[in-house]
Design a binder for this molecule. Structure first.
Ligand SMILES: NCC(=O)CCC(=O)O
Length: 331
């Protein structure tokens, strides 16, 4: 970096004097094309069910998903990511609904790809929405089984690819799942299905409202500390990213987002690969709650928080704010 001259030759405020000048020298930008919109889906017809801990976010039945997705596409959002709220009777210990070709997610993928082929559909690969105990893997005697879970995740990913998913998002943090999914995609002829690995996923308290949204919160027995990363660890997160890229991930994600911007920057600097952050439900809920109380300017902090991800090196962000941001950016 060129050291600035000393005062008064250097007056940093010269380039902040007008909006035109500030915009001309702005280092990072945010556009609708940077956003992936996570959407909660549920069975039924004509349903838009509010989620108390995520103000402004609804669980949508598929007939309501379609116009919402259409709007997202019109606003320039390139991808949506589907999260199912699974009916209680379909949550079992064997999680068989996860790879049912006719499950809610797979029906949603087929509908979206038939109606809006240009909108990319990303999926989530983890057993928690289908598991009786809210965990991302099979639980036997209180242990989360790794390899047996990976086999199930592969079946789940194959069903999603078969339904037409563009991007698979393994979010479970089992070891070896990226390599197993990549190999399965190759041999099943789904060579162009991309994998966006939740590579650096921390065992965070910020996921609370999401668990309410998919109905896993009250079911979760214990915590996810035996498979998600300890929030204290940076090198371990980088090792997970290196491993997932080596196993065939096309893109990687850091999650949560705002408390982990240092990890975003380190991942981008070290690997130079497409890097995403997930601005998770707790981050959204915090900002919305403060805005609803009049303590923060909601739109302002929303845009600022998303720009922070770009500044930290992210290529894009998964955010529940996506449609609102895209609307503001269009003006
Ligand atoms: N596998 C997806 C998530 O865990 C999302 C978390 C959140 O939004 O809190």
């Amino acid at each position: 970096m060129q050291t600035p001259a000393t005062y008064p030759a250097a007056r940093m405020r010269r380039l902040r004097r007008t909006r035109a000048m500030r915009e001309m020298v702005q280092e990072n930008g945010l556009s609708a094309g940077d956003l992936i919109w996570p959407v909660f889906i549920r069975d039924g017809n004509g349903v838009e069910e509010p989620i108390a801990s995520l103000p402004g976010v609804n669980r949508l039945s598929l007939d309501r998903l379609l116009p919402a997705a259409e709007r997202a596409l019109a606003l320039g959002i390139p991808a949506i990511c589907l999260f199912p709220y699974t009916a209680p009777d379909l949550r079992t210990e064997d999680c068989a609904e996860a790879w049912n070709p006719e499950n809610l997610t797979n029906r949603a993928i087929r509908m979206l790809k038939a109606e809006l082929p240009e909108l990319m559909v990303m999926t989530d690969i983890a057993l928690d929405p289908y598991n009786a105990n809210g965990h991302d893997g099979f639980v036997v005697d209180g242990q989360i089984l790794n390899d047996e879970t990976v086999d199930a995740l592969v079946k789940m990913g194959l069903a999603q690819a078969e339904a037409g998913a563009d991007i698979l998002g393994p979010s479970d943090m089992m070891d070896g799942r990226i390599g197993a999914l990549r190999a399965a995609m190759e041999s099943a002829g789904h060579r162009d299905v991309a994998i966006l690995s939740y590579a650096a996923k921390f065992a965070s308290g910020f996921y609370g409202p999401f668990r309410d949204a998919v109905g896993a919160g009250t079911r979760l027995v214990g915590d996810k500390a035996t498979y998600q990363i300890n929030p204290a660890n940076r090198e371990e997160a980088l090792a997970c990213v290196a491993r997932d890229l080596a196993e065939g991930a096309d893109m990687v994600m850091i999650k949560p987002g705002m408390p982990y911007l240092d990890i975003c920057r380190a991942v981008k600097d070290r690997f130079q690969r497409p890097t995403f952050a997930y601005q998770v439900s707790g981050e959204y809920a915090m900002l919305m709650a403060a805005a609803q109380n009049g303590w923060l300017d909601g739109d302002k902090v929303m845009l600022e928080s998303l720009m922070a991800f770009k500044r930290a090196g992210c290529d894009g962000v998964l955010t529940y704010f996506a449609p609102r941001v895209a609307e503001i950016l269009r003006k």
